[in-house]
Design a protein around this ligand. Structure first.
Ligand SMILES: [Zn+2]
Length: 598
């Protein structure tokens, strides 16, 4: 009877068998994989997804198909992994470490933002989750996170500090942390890790002696002081109990060994990566007396988010991979996307632009294009239009490369999702303003975004065989030209992460060719309404226009350059309307200047 019902469902869903979103590309076939190693307890980790990967990219591109699986595929993947765990009598814990908000049309284009996205998250079989800074910038987002997510998991959160795993009987104590974040909206409160670990409730919980494993998840870089402080606090009480950390926020694949019974995993960004970690040889409640923690073995993998890889790790193929629930989720995602018009064509990108694969400044660099073409035309105020201006935006406000061909409504959110407003400082001496850019470059600031999306660590790669896209044939849109140029190779090699971490160079599940990245500035500058010979005969005073996100640093810069305390964020005024976000300006520019013939 059960089988019949399943069959019926499958038949009904057959037209959806291509489960990734219709607009996504297929991953490169014939890739070379490293297997997942199972232990007695296993973890599947996602972080910094910033919306759901529902793939707005149409353009064929070497990298993007590698990350083309969607939430429905992930649901199928986790459900098969759960079955494998069950068959083998081991445990599987599924976790997410936050920044689910923003960065994708399905989140950003709804009112209120995230209206649909949270439902999809709630359907994932998550065992432990925490939130990130992106859930806390906006008051409404923070409130809805509280009302819809916290309440949904409430019964669960009461027990989540301590639970016993289903099969091996590990007694786990778990906590969720956020980095020492200070830009949260006023309806939320963030306590530092250093203060939290001193609180009596925390000390009470960690003094529990009936525990086999601590699982600490955090929206925190795994090398952060926060994790070190938590580690030391627990180690003081339990010198021998394994502590497993899962981190995020800095958008890298990374693995840290804290001591011989404690490691930390960070699993990339934007749902390009699913992290896998298994632990073997540690003591569970039910374990025989001779088992202790001395033979603990930890294994980690960074899984590229595509169906070929998922299927490989499960020993499944395209016909046996999808589950009815996974297919349904894929279908619903496609329906919501269609309802929001996310695949709507806005214009055609005339060429590829990249954030860091092409040299800055340069004709294929997206920041250069913004500086020279988009900012001067789009950032404009009627009353001040004649006043020369410098327009500053932080580079972290841009999230993704632009590919030649269709630019959709969704592309605008993928590339520039933030809702920062343009504000300005009026009539600043040119002789002062001209030094601002140097100030930004030498200032720590949050310029590469709150999430350090261009973090140099992200580009840690093995130096062998690094491909420079600027001087390589890979710049075309053919699939896997490297396969053709190296016919003796049994496997295709694709461009991607070549991670180096504390455990070595074998973490990536797919063997990649790393891509060369060029350095980018903290802040870029567009110039507008200057007379032709302005550099020789500069105007006495100009306007400084910038994102409110960096307002504090603009004031600090002006004060430092003038050696005064004359400037404060209070003096800055709105330059454009509230609704004129970079996302909207980008859409308007593309619609007006890029044509629709592609
Ligand atoms: Zn973050």
């Amino acid at each position: 009877m059960g089988i019949m019902r399943t069959l019926q469902l499958l038949i009904l869903l057959l037209p959806l068998a291509a489960a990734i979103q219709p607009s996504a590309q297929d991953p490169v076939p014939g890739q070379r994989f490293r297997h997942l190693k199972w232990g007695s307890i296993n973890f599947l980790h996602t972080t910094d997804k910033l919306g759901i990967n529902s793939h707005g990219w149409h353009a064929g591109h070497l990298q993007e198909p590698q990350y083309s699986a969607d939430f429905g595929d992930y649901l199928s993947f986790t459900s098969h992994l759960r079955n494998i765990a069950e068959e083998n009598g081991v445990d599987l814990i599924v976790l997410d470490t936050g920044d689910r908000a923003e960065g994708n049309g399905l989140w950003d284009a709804t009112d209120p933002m995230g209206k649909y996205t949270r439902n999809f998250y709630r359907e994932l079989p998550l065992d432990i989750l925490t939130l990130g800074n992106h859930e806390l910038y906006n008051g409404t987002t923070a409130q809805n996170e509280f009302l819809e997510m916290v309440s949904y998991y409430e019964g669960f959160s009461q027990i989540s500090r301590k639970f016993v795993t289903e099969r091996q009987g590990f007694r786990i104590i778990s906590f969720g942390f956020l980095f020492n974040f200070t830009r949260n909206y006023k309806n939320t409160r963030v306590k530092t890790a250093a203060d939290t670990i001193k609180e009596s409730w925390f000390q009470e919980v960690i003094h529990d002696i009936d525990v086999d494993l601590f699982v600490i998840i955090g929206h925190v870089d795994i090398h952060s002081i926060e994790f070190t402080q938590i580690f030391e606090a627990i180690r003081e009480v339990h010198p021998n109990i394994p502590i497993q950390f899962f981190g995020g926020h800095s958008h890298i694949r990374n693995f840290r060994i804290l001591d011989n019974k404690s490691t930390a995993l960070e699993s990339g960004k934007y749902f390009e990566t699913v992290g896998w970690l298994s632990i073997d040889g540690i003591k569970a409640r039910e374990a025989p007396d001779n088992t202790d923690n001395t033979s603990m073995v930890v294994s980690r993998r960074y899984i590229d988010v595509n169906r070929a890889g998922y299927q490989h790790h499960l020993g499944k193929n395209a016909t046996t991979f999808d589950t009815p629930q996974g297919l349904l989720m894929t279908e619903r995602l496609a329906k919501y996307r269609a309802g929001l018009g996310l695949d709507r064509l806005i214009g055609c990108a005339p060429q590829d632009f990249s954030l860091s694969k092409h040299i800055y400044p340069g004709p294929q660099n997206w920041y250069s294009y913004l500086e020279e073409h988009i900012l001067p035309v789009m950032v404009y105020n009627k009353e001040r239009s004649q006043v020369p201006r410098f327009i500053f935006i932080n580079t972290g406000s841009q999230r993704s490369d632009v590919f030649k061909g269709p630019f959709t409504y969704d592309s605008s959110f993928l590339i520039s999702p933030f809702t920062s407003k343009f504000i300005y400082a009026k009539d600043i001496d040119y002789s002062i303003a001209i030094h601002l850019r140097d100030f930004f470059e030498n200032d720590a600031g949050p310029y590469k975004s709150s999430d350090k999306s261009e973090n140099p660590l992200e580009n840690r790669q093995q130096d062998t065989a690094e491909v420079d896209i600027q001087s390589s044939p890979l710049v075309n849109h053919d699939q896997a030209p490297l396969t053709h140029s190296q016919p003796r190779h049994k496997y295709s090699r694709v461009i991607g992460y070549a991670t180096i971490d504390d455990a070595g160079t074998d973490g990536d599940d797919t063997i990649h060719i790393p891509l060369k990245r060029y350095p980018t500035p903290n802040v870029i500058q567009g110039n507008a309404s200057f007379p032709e010979d302005w550099e020789s005969y500069p105007p006495a005073k100009i306007d400084i226009v910038f994102f409110d996100f960096i307002a504090w640093h603009v004031a600090a810069g002006l004060n430092e350059i003038t050696g005064t305390k004359d400037y404060s964020t209070e003096d800055f005024l709105p330059y454009m309307r509230q609704e004129d976000t970079m996302t909207k300006l980008l859409l308007d520019y593309v619609a007006k200047y890029w044509g629709r013939d592609c």
